[in-house]
Design a protein around this ligand. Structure first.
Ligand SMILES: Nc1ncnc2c1ncn2[C@@H]1O[C@H](COP(=O)(O)OP(=O)(O)O)[C@@H](O)[C@H]1O
Ligand SMILES: [Mg+2]
Length: 331
């Protein structure tokens, strides 16, 4: 296979105090560079980032143009900044603009644009559910009155990440529900419909952990489990992930047969529906009988840069993953 020039999206921190590329990102870039030439791209401007300073990269701005890239890897990697969170929904206009620019120049993106467009919103949960795939039971919140009438379970925005806007319904006052509805209840988010969905509160998240199975091509890679090791909530239901009062442990994890089958079914559903992502993550929560349910599909940004630290000491597995990922990009 020919070596291709790959652009990776980097979250450059635009402040003198912070280095623009974290050590972990460098590891990620290095692993890709073992496979072929790589150039970094600023998510905000689409400009090439000079990678030489930290690890003697070959390219800099003046030497290479956007149109010369063979492929764009669109998962944002890099350290978050206190000034601008690296969540993709915060950077959506710039992110989508880069996709459009790549399309215009005929540069393939990883993952394809149609997949990204349709998976910005958690609407896919309703579609999976309708197709008979076990999903955390999900219903759309139709109106403010509907939200006000809800007393159980949780609500979360269709477009969101890191648990932003996800709340335990019984812990919300009427006023807070109104606030939530105003912010996330409806509207358009850069071409995607915003809204709220309602789900039962799944104790599996806190009691048995959230399983995260990354998929490259057909294979599950570096699966991990996020378990709650502590929280200050006096026994109240909580959102396990992304909250200041929680502490979450992340560990390597071996998925069981049911989870592997569910992940395979999702792969089948994706291709049956015209989606061909080669890299995504299936997040799973279990019930008390250990039946798996999909809680989320992360196709925009499966966050590969964190895996080497979870699989510390397993450089072999990380390298294997990186080479699989690289080959999936080139196919
Ligand atoms: N139905 C649910 N029951 C209990 N906790 C939930 C439920 N849905 C989400 N959570 C908690 O909220 C977190 C964020 O929800 P998730 O669906 O993963 O959205 P995102 O990661 O995009 O914000 C999960 O990691 C989990 O801890
Ligand atoms: Mg999540």
């Amino acid at each position: 296979m020919d070596k291709k020039l790959m652009g990776i999206l980097l979250n450059r921190v635009q402040n003198d105090q912070y280095d623009d590329i974290s050590d972990k990102t460098c590891e990620f870039i290095k692993a890709f560079r073992q496979q072929g030439p790589v150039v970094g791209l600023d998510i905000y401007t689409g400009d090439m980032i000079d990678l030489r300073r930290k690890y003697s990269g070959r390219y800099r701005e003046s030497e290479i143009k956007f149109e010369e890239l063979d492929v764009l890897f669109m998962g944002a990697v890099g350290q978050s900044s206190p000034y601008r969170v690296t969540a993709l929904t915060n950077d959506m206009p710039e992110f989508l603009a880069l996709y459009r620019r790549a399309q215009k120049c005929g540069i393939p993106t990883h993952n394809p644009y149609n997949v990204v467009q349709d998976f910005i919103s958690k609407q896919y949960l309703l579609r999976l559910q309708q197709a008979g795939i076990p999903v955390v039971p999900t219903t759309a919140v139709k109106s403010l009155d509907h939200l006000l009438s809800l007393t159980t379970g949780i609500v979360k925005p269709l477009v969101s990440e890191r648990g932003i806007g996800t709340e335990v319904t019984s812990q919300l006052t009427g006023e807070q529900k109104e606030g939530l509805y105003t912010k996330f209840g409806r509207g358009d988010f850069y071409g995607t419909t915003q809204g709220l969905i309602h789900q039962p509160y799944m104790t599996g998240f806190t009691e048995r952990g959230e399983r995260k199975l990354m998929v490259v091509g057909e294979d599950i890679v570096l699966p991990r489990i996020h378990t709650l090791s502590g929280y200050e909530g006096n026994g109240k239901p909580i959102m396990a992930w992304g909250r200041a009062q929680t502490h979450v442990d992340v560990n390597p994890y071996e998925p069981n047969k049911k989870e592997v089958e569910l992940t395979r079914d999702i792969g089948g559903w994706l291709s049956d529906n015209g989606y061909n992502p080669t890299f995504y993550r299936v997040d799973i929560v279990t019930d008390e009988n250990l039946n798996p349910y999909v809680s989320e599909l992360e196709i925009l940004n499966p966050s590969p840069a964190t895996e080497d630290f979870i699989y510390a000491g397993r450089r072999d597995l990380v390298d294997q993953f990186m080479s699989k990922l690289y080959n999936s990009i080139n196919c």
